[in-house]
Unconditional design. Structure first.
Lengths: 597, 103
């Protein structure tokens, strides 16, 4: 079967603009079918040779934009992106607003555009389109909180995008080529570093990480679900494409895994817990990209693939709870197992998968990452990844389901999630378990041949020990984990508190200078000069006239009165004509005396 | 939403005895997972992972330390919900419209 040489990104982005024309169920069905069509397209597209795929001439005199680079790496990401989109739109059956769907389709289309881009310019254009569309997804919740959050989100991504643009411009200037190739760590220069930093902003690598936990939980029920899958994963794709073997990524990834765990443990809002969990999970992928080599690249892709499925499933179960109760804080929730058992069971399958419990997709991908670190004898990264694997179970595997569905009885008795939501969760839960038992279809999609056996007796025993003892600690330390109605400060503190502080600092310094200048110059100096020029001559006149007044025989009060009269006349410039004429004659006489030779 | 007074009995999780049973299962699972190590051959990759029950100890210590670190950091990083200023309570349009009727 031949398929048209059409970029899947165009299919979704162009298809997005049909959404407002459709109504009701027709629209919802269309929204599920469109990503499925894109999935078929991605699966069937033939692999391209570099520079041979679909391209467009955007500007005369420039190279053509290569919009279709199909190889195993881009295809694997393309398949999971479109598959997840179909499930997400099935979940979003209840959403009536066309605007959010349009933004979501453009966003997912741009993510596909990034993944299939064949050169740096195309890559950058789709990268920025993704940032704009995702900000609109957050905005479409239409609350003040969402608007403010979207504003911060957008500024951070503009910052990241500018770093990326600067890096791309420098790299193109240096190499003379727009190709997005693999960059060598040992010949890294400012251009490639800037590109890496721009990409890491989207990966939510600390310290520029707080945008994720700040914005995704402010998006709508389905907005958060859709956002959770794409921005960070296109970043992972970009790292695998261009920055494999870059050693700093190992440590950045390790830091992300631990940071995600600690902050998820501190959080009270269930969607924030899941947001921090994304950072933790992406840390594993970033670390694998840094380790590099066939095995590590395979595990990074496998992890991204599995992660998108189980993380979406977790966001869906949290979304269903939010949809039914309007609440998302652990302190408000609890005891929902009574009336939402299906949401609990399906969400727990996602929680088990993210924790890499045997027979789930997490087990077949995450143990591979640890094995990759073992394989390269990287002691510290290996140890940190093992610790993080235990921590994942702690915060996402147990904490999330426990505080939402068990813990205390909140008294809430919401009905079970709507059927379309359950159907979407069912599909993803099935995939979590299916890929856990039969990982071969996933392994087949990976860029390199897989020689990995997940199910060995030793791995089953060690992973079980790690997880069961983590669970033991959770319940032993339950008192320490008691939820409080609080938020957690993250690096967004610097701009959320820093920006008002900067405004106040600028206000007090610049306006202070203004006030000082007004007081000293406008009020002080000017009035003094004015007084000097009006009073000075008057006093001079008074002093000069005193001998004349004395000669006229004035004494005491009469003298004072005479002098005051003269001074007043001087201020008002109101001398009798004779007096002025007399002064003029005296002045002329003085001039004659001075200049007479 | 207020607690439903018509609920006849506590859910299975809140019944007396459930917690005790679950604790027993957890301890049993811990025991089985450690004993099972006697029957498998485990490769040693590093200098530190050789001893018996390494992964059980690692899981325990890793989680205990994570929780304690989070607890300590909580004293500095946890702030009241209106820390960044109060915003009006709004009704997002993406929620179940029927949820207020159930209250």
């Amino acid at each position: 079967m031949t398929v048209p040489d059409l970029p899947p990104s165009l299919l979704l982005s162009a298809g997005a603009f049909l959404v407002p024309l459709l109504r009701g169920t027709a629209r919802n069905v269309y929204l599920v079918l469109l990503p499925l069509a894109a999935l078929g397209l991605v699966a069937l597209l033939p692999e391209t040779t570099p520079g041979a795929g679909f391209s467009v001439q955007l500007l005369g005199g420039f190279e053509k934009l290569q919009m279709l680079r199909v190889d195993k790496l881009s295809r694997a990401f393309g398949i999971i992106f479109t598959l997840n989109a179909a499930a997400a739109f099935l979940f979003a059956f209840h959403v009536k607003k066309a605007a959010q769907h349009t933004a979501a389709l453009v966003y997912i289309g741009s993510a596909l555009g990034v993944v299939f881009s064949g050169d740096l310019i195309t890559f950058y254009l789709f990268w920025e389109m993704m940032a704009i569309a995702s900000a609109f997804i957050i905005l479409s919740r239409d609350t003040e909180r969402a608007r403010r959050s979207a504003f911060r989100y957008f500024l951070v991504h503009v910052f990241g995008g500018l770093l990326l643009l600067a890096g791309i411009a420098m790299t193109i200037t240096r190499t003379g080529s727009t190709a997005f190739a693999a960059y060598d760590w040992h010949s890294a220069d400012a251009g490639t570093w800037l590109m890496l930093l721009g990409i890491l902003v989207n990966a939510a690598a600390p310290p520029v990480s707080a945008w994720l936990s700040d914005s995704y939980p402010e998006a709508s029920v389905t907005g958060g679900l859709i956002l959770s899958a794409y921005t960070t994963k296109t970043s992972v794709y970009a790292l695998l494409r261009g920055f494999e073997h870059w050693e700093p990524l190992i440590w950045i990834g390790c830091a992300m895994t631990i940071y995600g765990i600690i902050f998820a443990l501190l959080e009270n809002d269930m969607r924030r817990i899941l947001a921090y969990s994304i950072i933790n999970q992406v840390g594993f992928m970033v670390c694998a990209a840094g380790i590099g080599g066939a095995m590590a690249v395979n595990v990074s892709v496998a992890q991204a693939f599995g992660h998108i499925i189980y993380k979406s499933l977790l966001w869906m179960s949290a979304g269903a709870v939010l949809y039914r109760t309007g609440l998302s804080k652990c302190t408000d929730l609890g005891g929902l197992y009574r009336t939402m058992p299906m949401t609990l069971i399906l969400g727990t399958i996602g929680a088990m998968a993210i924790s890499a419990v045997p027979l789930t997709s997490g087990f077949t991908s995450k143990t591979m990452i640890v094995a990759a670190a073992e394989h390269r004898h990287l002691l510290w990264p290996w140890l940190i990844l093992e610790i993080a694997s235990a921590g994942v179970f702690l915060h996402a595997g147990i904490k999330f389901p426990y505080f939402v569905f068990f813990a205390k009885d909140s008294g809430l008795r919401p009905p079970e999630a709507p059927r379309t939501m359950l159907a979407a969760m069912g599909v993803l839960a099935f995939l979590c378990i299916y890929l856990g038992i039969h990982p071969e279809p996933l392994y087949h999609l990976l860029p390199y041949p897989v020689e990995y056996q997940a199910y060995t007796a030793a791995k089953l025993v060690t992973q079980s020990q790690l997880l069961i003892f983590s669970a033991l600690v959770f319940f032993l330390f339950l008192k320490l984990l008691k939820r409080t109605p609080t938020i957690v400060l993250d690096t967004d503190w610097f701009y959320r508190k820093g920006a008002p502080l900067l405004t106040r600092a600028l206000d007090s310094t610049l306006n202070g200078i203004n006030r000082l200048a007004y007081r000293t110059l406008a009020q002080g100096l000017t009035s003094k000069l004015s007084a000097f020029f009006s009073d000075g001559p008057a006093r001079l006149v008074g002093a000069l006239a005193t001998p004349l007044l004395l000669l006229r025989g004035l004494r005491g009060e009469a003298l004072e009165a005479g002098r005051a009269d003269l001074q007043q006349r001087s201020r008002n410039s109101a001398f009798p004509i004779g007096f002025l004429a007399c002064i003029a004659v005296l002045m002329l006489a003085a001039l004659v005396l001075v200049f007479h030779k | 939403m207020k607690p439903d007074p018509t609920t006849p009995s506590p859910g299975w999780f809140d019944r007396p005895g459930t917690h005790k049973t679950l604790w027993r299962f957890l301890y049993l699972a811990c025991g089985i997972s450690v004993v099972a190590e006697c029957y498998v051959h485990r490769e040693q990759h590093f200098s530190i992972d050789g001893f018996f029950g390494f992964y059980a100890v690692l899981g325990f210590i890793a989680c205990a330390v994570s929780i304690l670190v989070a607890k300590v950091l909580g004293y500095i990083l946890k702030k009241p919900e209106n820390y960044y200023g109060d915003l009006p309570e709004e009704e997002p349009a993406d929620l179940d419209p029927a949820r207020h009727d159930r209250a």
